[in-house]
Design a binder for this molecule. Structure first.
Ligand SMILES: C[S@@+](CC[C@H](N)C(=O)[O-])C[C@H]1O[C@@H](n2cnc3c(N)ncnc32)[C@H](O)[C@@H]1O
Length: 215
């Protein structure tokens, strides 16, 4: 890691984690919270969540889950996640590792969850390959992701502003074609719904959500 990257990580990374829940409050209250609840109602059995952040999803899981593993590589996020898990009645194991290299056995989860994370993971194809490996055959990925716009004009703005947005958004890429990456990784995309992230800047408004089964 370069000195500049280390300084960025130590300052903006820590501030981003500290401001995360407050920064997302209007979006959560504007509908994202309800979308999370609807999505996670479909979780059953053993669940692995990718890039769990501060743990916003933690208390939204239904009782139908039997095990919860929260993957979070960022130390500033992981600190807040540990605090949230300690204060929650929901038992969960935190794994501080990148999604691209999951220290988890093959075929060990029924459901994977990714909310607002495939935009930020440096190598989403590698992370999806890892989710595919740890999911049982017929396993499902539940996701809510902001994605590349289908509308050409907005997609052009997403391309133009990708770099400054990434700096501001702690590594978030606003222009990723996540549906294509999912399909290439062997996940069904036909049942996913397109929509809008409520009360969010236009660059990150186009949304993809739903349940995606492994081919
Ligand atoms: C925008 S936050 C989303 C947090 C949470 N999933 C949510 O729904 O609010 C993106 C998260 O992805 C995490 N992340 C970044 N790189 C990652 C990687 N390589 N593997 C897994 N998670 C990663 C970040 O640390 C951060 O917690």
């Amino acid at each position: 890691m370069s000195l500049a990257h280390a300084a960025y990580d130590a300052t903006w990374g820590r501030m981003f984690a500290a401001m995360y829940d407050r920064g997302l409050k209007a979006t959560e209250e504007g509908g994202l919270g309800e979308m999370r609840l609807q999505l996670l109602a479909g979780a059953t059995g053993r669940v692995v969540e990718l890039g769990a952040g501060t743990g916003v999803n933690l208390d939204l899981y239904p009782d139908a889950i039997t095990e919860l593993v929260l993957v979070e590589p960022d130390p500033h996020m992981a600190k807040r996640l540990r605090e949230r898990v300690a204060a929650s009645p929901r038992p969960a194991t935190i794994v501080e590792a990148p999604g691209e290299r999951l220290p988890l056995p093959d075929d060990s989860f029924d459901v994977a969850v990714a909310t607002l994370v495939l935009c930020t993971v440096p190598d989403p194809a590698a992370a999806l390959a890892e989710l595919r490996r740890v999911l049982v055959p017929g396993g499902r990925l539940l996701l809510i992701e902001h994605v590349r716009a289908e509308e050409a004009g907005l997609a052009r703005w997403q391309d133009r502003l990708e770099k400054p947005w990434r700096f501001f958004g702690d590594g978030c890429h606003c222009n990723r074609d996540t549906a294509a990456t999912l399909a290439a990784a062997g996940f069904e995309t036909g049942g996913l719904e397109r929509g809008r992230l409520p009360k969010a800047p236009p660059l990150v408004r186009p949304l993809l959500r739903g349940s995606s089964a492994l081919h």
